[in-house]
Design a protein around this ligand. Structure first.
Ligand code: ADE
Ligand code: ZN
Length: 350
């Protein structure tokens, strides 16, 4: 492993902002800022029960995952046309570019939209157009991961898969999100087996609020390659051993965990502890429009709260490339660029 030179604490924020990174856990509907919600509501003639952007933002005071999901699905109801999905995703890429994200893997929740009569084609082609433009104009590579809503049944997931297959050239994998407790991964065993057979990448939210058992079953029953969140693994030493031995990535989202009360304080977050156990931990934003910040803000606040330095910054960024679905060649280029960034940073300090 590359020997990371120490960097003075006061320069850590600059290093974090400047280093190249990948984002692997972002729900694109969670990047919908209140301003864009109001703009699209007006355009599409959709009523929203708030008088202003400020009033909507003021409602973002959550007590747990479900209290957030209720407002998040209401916000997504303003998305109607292909252009709306494009505009939302491209707005995210502009923010990601400012944060030096060079690669992003975007979750989307088609059932939230198809249930309202939005065609699958509009959703996927709008998002995909933004991904293509991000590569051309911002140099950001990306891919799309279709998430099944776990509060709905497996038949609905199968129906969604069938509707999305005609557009399969635009998406690379499937995930599992929404209300976790009471909806264990095994509820979706058959649909994940089908997706595996079809050659899709597999990921799942597990151990955000739910117990370590959900992480075991995401791995052993669904066969996922990454765990989204996974912070509850800390309570199961055997699971920690497994995650370390197989280098199964965890896509951790500190500000999300703080806002949804998984941890009372950021200083209690276990991202650094999990990293110190030798796990492939990455830092991500989850739903940045709702949780108070994009990926760099997640890094900056976590590093400050936990007193982390250059070594951890390098490890999180390196892990983000390692854990991504990029090609081996693309990963090698990212590892190289990351090293160059760190070396030039230390030289400038001398
Ligand atoms: N959908 C959007 N954000 C989510 C989260 N943090 N957990 C589960 N489902 C989600
Ligand atoms: Zn998530």
């Amino acid at each position: 492993m590359y020997n990371v030179h120490p960097v003075p604490l006061k320069r850590i924020p600059e290093l974090i902002k400047r280093m190249p990174k990948a984002e692997l856990h972002i729900h694109i509907e969670g990047s919908l800022e209140p301003e864009l919600i109001f703009k699209l509501a007006k355009k599409n003639n959709i009523a929203i029960p708030y008088d202003s952007v400020q009033a909507l933002r003021a409602a973002y005071a959550f007590t747990n995952l479900q209290s957030f999901l209720d407002i998040y699905y209401a916000g997504a109801s303003v998305l109607i046309n292909e252009e709306d999905f494009y505009e939302m995703a491209y707005a995210y890429f502009l923010k990601a570019a400012q944060d030096h994200v060079v690669h992003a893997e975007l979750f989307f929740d088609p059932q939230t939209h198809t249930i309202r009569g939005v065609p699958m084609q509009a959703i996927i082609e709008g998002l995909s157009r933004a991904c293509q433009q991000a590569q051309q104009e911002l140099g950001i590579t990306s891919c799309l991961i279709l998430c099944f809503l776990r509060h709905l049944d497996e038949d609905d997931a199968f129906k969604t898969l069938e509707e999305a297959l005609p557009f399969r050239q635009h998406w690379v994998g499937v995930g599992l999100d929404s209300s976790e407790v009471g909806h264990p991964p095994e509820k979706f065993a058959k649909v994940f087996a089908k997706c595996k057979e079809l050659g899709f990448k597999l990921v799942a939210h597990a151990g955000e609020e739910g117990p370590p058992e959900y992480i075991w079953s995401a791995l052993d029953v669904l066969g996922v390659q990454r765990i989204d969140h996974g912070v509850q693994s800390i309570n199961d030493p055997e699971l920690i051993k497994r995650l370390r031995a197989q280098r199964i990535p965890l896509t951790v989202c500190p500000l999300s965990n703080l806002k949804l009360k998984v941890f009372e304080e950021l200083s209690q977050h276990n991202a650094a502890k999990l990293l110190s156990y030798g796990l492939c931990v990455t830092l991500n934003s989850d739903d940045p429009a709702y949780f108070g910040g994009y990926i760099n803000e997640n890094f900056l606040q976590t590093f400050e709260a936990l007193g982390l330095g250059a070594k951890e910054a390098y490890a999180f960024a390196h892990n983000s490339f390692e854990a991504s679905f990029m090609s081996v060649a693309q990963k090698e280029k990212c590892f190289h660029d990351l090293k160059v960034c760190f070396e030039s940073f230390v030289e400038n300090d001398a």
